[in-house]
Design a protein around this ligand. Structure first.
Ligand code: 5GP
Length: 206
């Protein structure tokens, strides 16, 4: 039955510092074979703990612009002065193979994906408060103060789009947030629209 299965595209957004990376690495640590995480292209500097090809593909502006011209980027945005974009081919291949594909992208990209893939499922990760968000950004020491203030401004704007999403997860306790995200994936995989093939398989005359 596996081969007839429909893929599931999940879009995860949330302000910088809301905990998207931590949530996804927890999810990946106990993921099944059907879960795939898209790795975006970015022109921003790599943070000390990030690995090229795992967290992002860290590329030059010239390389990014060439990929755009070649039509190899599904959606892209400019965030705090850098390009970020989702590679097209891998996402479409995974979906065609019935995989669950997770995109970690900001609100403009999410809007674009919703229009390209109306059946996608969108999830917004909410920090408990702007104060906690600011503490987390200062605490991780990966950006200087002016960059953090810029990210806080973007965050306030992104929060205004939170109600456009299918699901809201509050990240005040990581374990609960991870389990909520897993529950969403599990339930969405079982929606009738994604499982019609099962009825045909079950009723097929041998
Ligand atoms: P960061 O610099 O903190 O890794 O990412 C900044 C923002 O860009 C985050 O909200 C992140 O989700 C978003 N982002 C990362 N990759 C992509 C992408 O491929 N497309 C879009 N639209 N946003 C992305």
């Amino acid at each position: 039955m596996r081969n007839n299965r429909e893929g599931l595209l999940i879009v995860l957004s949330g302000p910088s510092g809301s905990g998207k990376d931590t949530l996804l690495s927890e999810l990946a640590a106990h993921a099944d074979d059907d879960l795939e995480f898209s790795v975006s292209l970015t022109t921003r500097q790599r943070r000390s703990w990030e690995a090229d090809g795992t967290h992002y593909y860290f590329v030059t502006r010239e390389y990014f612009e060439q990929k755009l011209k070649d039509g190899e980027v599904l959606e892209h945005t400019s965030y705090s002065g850098n390009y970020y974009g989702t590679p097209k081919t891998t996402v479409d291949e995974w979906l065609a193979n019935g995989k669950t594909v997770v995109l970690k992208i900001e609100v403009e990209g999410a809007k674009r994906i919703r229009s390209l893939y109306p059946n996608c499922v969108s999830v917004f990760l909410l920090p408990p408060s702007l104060e906690v968000l600011s503490q987390r950004l200062f605490g991780r020491k990966s950006e200087d103060e002016s960059e953090i203030l810029r990210r806080m401004e973007i965050a306030a704007d992104e929060l205004r789009h939170a109600s456009d999403y299918d699901y809201l997860i509050l990240n005040d306790e990581l374990d609960y947030a991870v389990s909520d995200f897993r529950a969403i994936i599990r339930a969405e995989r079982q929606r009738t629209c994604r499982r019609k093939y099962m009825i045909e398989e079950v009723t097929k005359i041998q």
